[in-house]
Write a protein that binds this ligand. Structure first.
Ligand code: ATP
Length: 266
């Protein structure tokens, strides 16, 4: 196999450590994986990259507080007057031997635990009560879940009995040079702009604990770079893509704008 950085056919992912080896080893050993980290730091891109690298189908589900076990497993639908069973994304991934990625899994309703637990331990089974089926996950199947520990309240945190079924990876924002390289690769913006945006991110991330719920993500830096590349003034672009996406508070916004104006010499 070619080195990952030369595989232009794969979704681009710049690794920061051993995460690719850990993912592959977990997959080979039929272990489920939990990825935790702030919003927009590369979790989804990483899973897309690994699925393509391993040649596996990927089913991604963005979990929300109305998501039930039936949304994952499937339900009976009425089609032309007939009742037909329709597999949900989890069932499809199990049948096909692919990856099911549940993004923000702690948001989902508690009844999803009933289907996730037997799949995430060594039983690797998916009971489908409504059809009476009991699916055994094939070797290629992998369950991957993610969550953002930052804005979870205690009640929404993961129960130990769930967490302890997973191998876990902790993600954070890429360090300076790597984040600059990601910006260049994702936006083809000038190198100087990428460096300044990453400098702004470092400045703002230091303010994070005081005033902001979440730190500025790599995703927002990419948005800002795209607006500037499109001809927009960098300070205006950073206000729209970074500051006003991070906060509603006018005073906090002004404090963030000071970092940005200083960076662009205004
Ligand atoms: N290591 C990386 N390699 C390549 N691109 C990256 C990397 N980290 C972040 N990115 C870029 O940042 C964007 C946001 O990352 P991604 O969508 O994977 O975030 P996430 O952690 O899944 O966020 P959320 O928790 O909100 O779903 C990606 O579309 C990609 O452009």
């Amino acid at each position: 196999m070619n080195a990952p950085e030369t595989r232009l056919d794969l979704p681009y992912y710049s690794p920061c450590g051993q995460e690719e080896a850990i993912f592959e080893s977990a997959w080979r050993n039929r272990l489920p994986l939990l990825i935790k980290g702030p919003t927009g730091c590369g979790k989804t891109r990483f899973v897309a990259h690994m699925a393509a690298r391993l040649g596996l189908p990927l089913y991604t589900v963005a979990c929300h507080d109305d998501l039930t076990a039936a949304d994952l497993v499937g339900r009976h639908l009425i089609v032309d007057g007939d009742t037909r069973w329709s597999d949900g994304p989890l069932t499809r991934a199990v049948r096909e031997g692919g990856i099911c990625y549940l993004d923000e899994v702690v948001e989902a309703r508690k009844d999803t635990t009933v289907v996730l637990h037997p799949l995430a331990d060594d039983r690797r089974i998916l009971p489908i009560d409504r059809t009476g089926e009991l699916l055994e996950a094939p070797p290629n199947f992998m369950l991957v879940v993610s969550y953002n520990p930052g804005y979870q309240n205690l009640l929404k945190g993961m129960k130990p009995s769930t967490r302890q079924r997973f191998v876990s990876l902790r993600f954070d924002f890429p360090e300076g040079e790597r984040e600059t390289a990601i910006l260049l690769r994702e936006t083809q913006c000038p190198a100087d702009l990428a460096r300044r945006l990453v400098g702004i991110a470092h400045g703002l991330r230091q303010l994070k604990d005081q005033d902001l719920e979440e730190a500025v993500s790599t995703r927002l830096l990419i948005y800002a770079a795209l607006l500037v590349r499109d001809g927009m003034d960098p300070v205006v672009a950073c206000r729209a893509a970074i500051v006003d996406s991070l906060t509603d508070d006018p005073e906090v916004a002004e404090a963030l704008m000071e970092v940005i104006s200083a960076t662009f010499g205004r």
